[in-house]
Design a protein around this ligand. Sequence first.
Ligand SMILES: Cc1cc2nc3c(=O)[nH]c(=O)nc-3n(C[C@H](O)[C@H](O)[C@H](O)COP(=O)(O)OP(=O)(O)OC[C@H]3O[C@@H](n4cnc5c(N)ncnc54)[C@H](O)[C@@H]3O)c2cc1C
Length: 427
Amino acid sequence: MKIVVVGYGPGGANAAFMARIFDPNVEVTIITQEEVEAHRKPGASMALEFPESSDLLIGDWSYAKLKERGVNILPGVKVLSGDVSTKVLEIEDSRGKKSKIEYDKLILATGGIPSVPDLPGTDLEGVFTISDMIDAKKIGEKLSGLNKIIIVGAGFSGLETAERLMTLGKEVHIIIRSRLMRRLLEEPMSLELQSRIPKDIILHIGRSPTAVLGDERVTGIALDGDEIEADAVLFMTGVRPNKKLAKSLGLEIGSRGGVKVNSVMQTSNKDIYAVGDCVELIDSMTGKPSLLPIGSAAARAGMQAGVIAVGRNRQYENIGLRLQYDRIFNTDIICVGQSSTTAADADIETEIHYSEDPAEYLKVALLTTKDGTLIGGQVLASRMGGRVAYQIMERVQSGANLKDRPLLQPRHKRLREHLEEMLGPIQ
Ligand SMILES: Cc1cc2nc3c(=O)[nH]c(=O)nc-3n(C[C@H](O)[C@H](O)[C@H](O)COP(=O)(O)OP(=O)(O)OC[C@H]3O[C@@H](n4cnc5c(N)ncnc54)[C@H](O)[C@@H]3O)c2cc1C
């Protein structure tokens, strides 16, 4: 059997490996239009400062590791179209040479594309988005002689990029429509995070850009009635599903704009699966379609598709459970499961429980349903936020009631012993 995987991010790589693990006889080929070995997108802004660093490469998915695991890869190759009746894809290599490739099962992991607001001037020179380290490398070169940079958007990648540009000595402005990480953090947590941002970074909170200004090159940005000068503008305003190929194959697209899949990642065509940022998942808690463009969900969905594509019956749980972690401005920022905003979208009434550790910087928000079931949590910590997030994750996954299983304090003896068993001595 021949499995073709389109995409070499967490979705595609995990799908390919799982297919080979569960059926060592299957022929698996990854096709990717990128010409570099697998690399992490979280932290991609690092390449603004260190373009030659190999720290972002993912050794476990290198070409050598793929070969070791019996997975073929065609880098620098784009899938242009396909015929689902004959199961043939048309592909084009980086020199423009076209050819065809057959599949028995196809797994699409084509990712997302940066979502830039529809404003005048976004096509000017000096307006950028960062999707990966390749973008960051190119943009880093262009920014070297520029000083005043505006970032639009304050999600994980916007804040990460702001921190990096600040360390490069740039004057950084962030434009934030409502508040920091509005969909992911409760308001008091947003304000907490805001207090961790160095004063050198200028925040424009509650403002929306109305146009990017300039003739050929960007000179600034207009904000409802106001203007800020700038040498460059970075839009870090999220991604939308890259469904171009799926649409050309005639696959059904869902109400949120992603490729429609069932609980095992099968699309409207029984021989085609789709995973990662290009799909809309069914949220396990709300039962509603949702976009979840994060690496951990792509990886879990990829594993699921790989296993099912080779005919195994195994079903993974919690594919659509949010787990996002980053360390920015000396703060661990961790979001698990629902926030009150995402829960409200699904008509779930929540209660929010805040706590903190008086001895060190640790702020926690826990989300429960009215009956006390834990459905999400947020952690801000000066260090080792994972100690608390681990407990939240475990309780959310098991559907625990917070009254029966409250979180242990970070310095609780039993938790400490458990963690030290796993991680070694904790200072
Ligand atoms: C700057 C940045 C920071 C991020 N930080 C975090 C974070 O902290 N935590 C987190 O969980 N997530 C983070 N994410 C999101 C995470 O990186 C994505 O959710 C994840 O990479 C999605 O994986 P994927 O497998 O769906 O696709 P991607 O990793 O986007 O890969 C898409 C693949 O499809 C290929 N492709 C697309 N179309 C074609 C075609 N027609 N022919 C051939 N190849 C094609 C591309 O070459 C690529 O290999 C971040 C993303 C960015 C951009």
